[in-house]
Design a protein around this ligand. Sequence first.
Ligand SMILES: Nc1nc2c(ncn2[C@@H]2O[C@H](COP(=O)(O)OP(=O)(O)OP(=O)(O)O)[C@@H](O)[C@H]2O)c(=O)[nH]1
Length: 206
Amino acid sequence: MGYRDVAKVGLGGPVGSGKTALVKRLVPELVERDYEVGVIANDIMTQEDADVFRETFADLLPADLVEGVETGACPHTGIREDPSMNLAAVDEFTERHPELDVVLIESGGDNLAATFNPELADYFLFVISVAEGEDIPRKRGPGVTQADLLVVNKTDLAPHVDADLDVIEADASEVRGDDPFVFTDCKAGEGIGDVLEHVEREVLFA
Ligand SMILES: Nc1nc2c(ncn2[C@@H]2O[C@H](COP(=O)(O)OP(=O)(O)OP(=O)(O)O)[C@@H](O)[C@H]2O)c(=O)[nH]1
């Protein structure tokens, strides 16, 4: 894939929903499938997530394909209103690695309203967690309704927080209409194949 058609995949969602955990699961699978992958981590004030990724992916990705973008107080500004810092990072990646196929862009944790600027992300995953309660899909936040793929993570915690996955499934179906959603347990690695199937079909094979 050339400079112009590197696929940009955004991951947004509330603080702690599992965006980092999902990226950690997706990157090895993508590399295994022979894709050249870059990762950008947006963080409010630190490079913490980027440092974690560099360490986690030390054997999988060149260190210069992991970048941290510090967004300041408002985490969605960098992915929605003014994505210039993120786009500059993508440009640097593609200049250094013209063979790059896909860049995963993790947003800083935010609320249910965070969405990606379409210029920044060709495909946008919104990650929520069942641990915050089964009624999140019903709240119809823009992330939940507008994302290309809704990822409902931490299914393993459902029994511990009295969240009923059948209720979440019914609500997500209603709120999303024909748009897809998947359940994941990033701790055990469940559902990762489903996420990849959507990303490959909609973005990488498109
Ligand atoms: N039990 C369980 N824990 C998970 C799962 N996914 C993530 N976690 C844990 O939840 C915590 C938060 O996960 P992260 O991946 O850091 O969440 P995040 O959305 O990147 O968080 P921010 O970047 O701070 O917004 C960590 O302690 C993870 O280990 C899951 O599917 N099940």
